[in-house]
Design a protein around this ligand. Structure first.
Ligand SMILES: Nc1ncnc2c1ncn2[C@@H]1O[C@H](COP(=O)(O)OP(=O)(O)OP(=O)(O)O)[C@@H](O)[C@H]1O
Length: 494
């Protein structure tokens, strides 16, 4: 990129006719910017083929290029004292009115100061009488601890066998992860009982007998129907990834049915990094009179994640680019997101055949197998994970330094619309709590290019273009980012 002339923003390039007639375009951004014909993009969108897709949502109704920044080392404490940073807080955990045993758990996790969402949300969440909450904060900024502390603070510890708090998440992996956070933060809380309600975790006929239940909506609904779960004394209902839970046809219905079976005065908490307008309206009905903490669209991206893209020669040609990137992907850990299960299997098989070590997980895998593969990835025994949207949200593996969008996330009938929310959640698997990371999105045709460009404009993101013909430069740009451990302070935009 150093030798190439710095192009104007993608937005400029797509909306303005090319200044001078070009010869046959070398890349899709050249092609699209010279044609600038939205109708043509539409034609392409009708060609989505069929296949098994995980985690797809039903639709509801200043991008630019720049040079990568040089390495800057920053401590977490520096980030947390920068008022513009989403990790900033003026207060300590003690000042937020959290009970001693819970505080002990928080400090044992090495959390020194709250993040902005924790500082802002906790006083509202813990105040009496309990009020509902709709809370939005960027990926990796500590939303889980905010609702877990609330749950632990609301329980009646004289009733250890009585379910009193229910947390729902869209995937078994995320539910298990949240269960782990409840166990960690609650490790010094006397008498705390916790149970997971994910497929295969509760024996048929066995009653749920824990104060805190963390599960997926389908399993929880089954347990309620079979009277294995008494929700009559529920105090808190929390939906993590709430926009996804309320938006997806099936999950939305199940969440609504669960809500109908709990007491009317239950405190309802909705958390997510994204709340599209249409879903927000429904969220406000689901969680009435809620305190709300919202972000503007241009505050949603995390500055520590350097977002890049590569212009690939063809759909098939993406594989060679991926194989070339493989060495960089193993510097930390990385996740490759694809649309279809078959693609995940296919590229995993090819990479393995080419001598690389990768693992794949998607919805076709059996539950316990999914758990054990993700565990291997968490432990760093497998460095590269290939998956579908099923793991796009919530999964917290701090060592992930790169996310690859092998397929640009799309939604709608025949994949007609770019899926800006899923893009944000996918790239948010890196850059956790002030760490740095790289996302690389592959485009190869007009539709994928326009899709990415639309997403970039939606959030006002600057995308760095990586040259597929200059691997030395690509390597140095990516390495430069991932070898620094923290996001530079002056890069924060929120
Ligand atoms: N106050 C804190 N100090 C240090 N680390 C923290 C603090 N709060 C949370 N973390 C850590 O930050 C990471 C991200 O937290 P969490 O998974 O809750 O993010 P999130 O906001 O829910 O993200 P997502 O939107 O992707 O689900 C976790 O590893 C968590 O342990």
């Amino acid at each position: 990129m150093s030798d190439a002339p710095k192009p104007a923003s993608l937005a400029d390039r797509i909306t303005q006719p090319a200044a001078a007639p070009t010869t046959s375009p070398a890349t899709w951004d050249e092609e699209v910017s010279s044609a600038a014909d939205p109708a043509a993009a539409k034609d392409d969108s009708a060609t989505a083929d069929q296949g098994q897709v995980d985690g797809q949502v039903e639709p509801l109704g200043g991008s630019g290029l720049h040079e990568a920044t040089e390495e800057v080392e920053v401590k977490l404490s520096d980030l947390q004292s920068d008022t513009a940073n989403p990790l900033y807080s003026a207060q300590s955990f003690e000042e937020l009115g959290i009970n001693e045993q819970i505080l002990k758990g928080i400090y044992s996790m090495n959390f020194k100061k709250p993040s902005k969402i924790q500082e802002r949300a906790l006083p509202l969440l813990l105040s009496d009488p309990p009020r509902n909450m709709i809370a939005q904060s960027q990926s990796g900024t500590g939303k889980t601890a905010a609702f877990v502390i609330t749950i632990l603070s609301r329980l009646d510890y004289s009733k250890p066998n009585q379910p009193q708090a229910l947390c729902l998440a869209p995937s078994r992996e995320l539910a298990r992860q949240i269960e782990g956070v409840v166990r960690s933060i609650g490790q010094f809380v006397d008498g705390l009982t916790i149970q997971a309600a994910v497929p295969g975790a509760v024996e048929r006929g066995a009653r749920l007998q824990a104060m805190v239940v963390v599960g997926t909506p389908g399993t929880v609904m089954d347990l309620l129907k079979r009277r294995q779960f008494d929700a009559s004394q529920m105090k808190v209902l929390c939906l993590d990834e709430a926009d996804n839970m309320l938006d997806q046809q099936g999950l939305g219905d199940q969440c609504l049915r669960v809500k109908q079976l709990i007491p009317g005065q239950t405190q309802i908490l909705l958390f997510s990094a994204t709340f599209p307008d249409m879903v927000m309206r429904y969220a406000e009905q689901f969680s009435p009179n809620a305190n709300q903490i919202k972000l503007k669209r241009d505050e949603l991206t995390v500055s520590g994640i350097k977002q890049m893209y590569m212009d690939c020669p063809s759909d098939d040609g993406k594989y060679d680019i991926l194989a070339n990137l493989y060495g960089l992907m193993t510097i930390g850990s990385s996740i490759i997101f694809v649309k279809r299960r078959e693609t995940a299997d296919k590229i995993a098989a090819r990479l393995i055949q080419d001598g690389h070590q990768v693992v794949a997980v998607h919805g076709a895998f059996e539950g316990s197998e999914r758990d054990s593969i993700l565990e291997r990835f968490r432990l760093g025994q497998a460095k590269v994970l290939i998956t579908t949207n099923v793991l796009a949200r919530g999964i917290d593996v701090q060592s992930v330094s790169m996310v690859i969008n092998y397929d640009i996330p799309m939604k709608g009938r025949s994949d007609s619309e770019p899926d800006a929310e899923t893009y944000l959640h996918r790239i948010g698997r890196t850059g956790r709590f002030g760490r740095v990371g790289v996302s690389i999105s592959f485009v190869f045709d007009r539709k994928s290019f326009v899709g990415l460009q639309t997403i970039a404009e939606h959030y006002g993101i600057d995308l760095i273009r990586l040259d597929t013909d200059d691997w030395d430069n690509t390597e140095s740009v990516v390495k430069n980012v991932i070898k620094s451990s923290r996001a530079p302070i002056n890069m924060t935009n929120n």
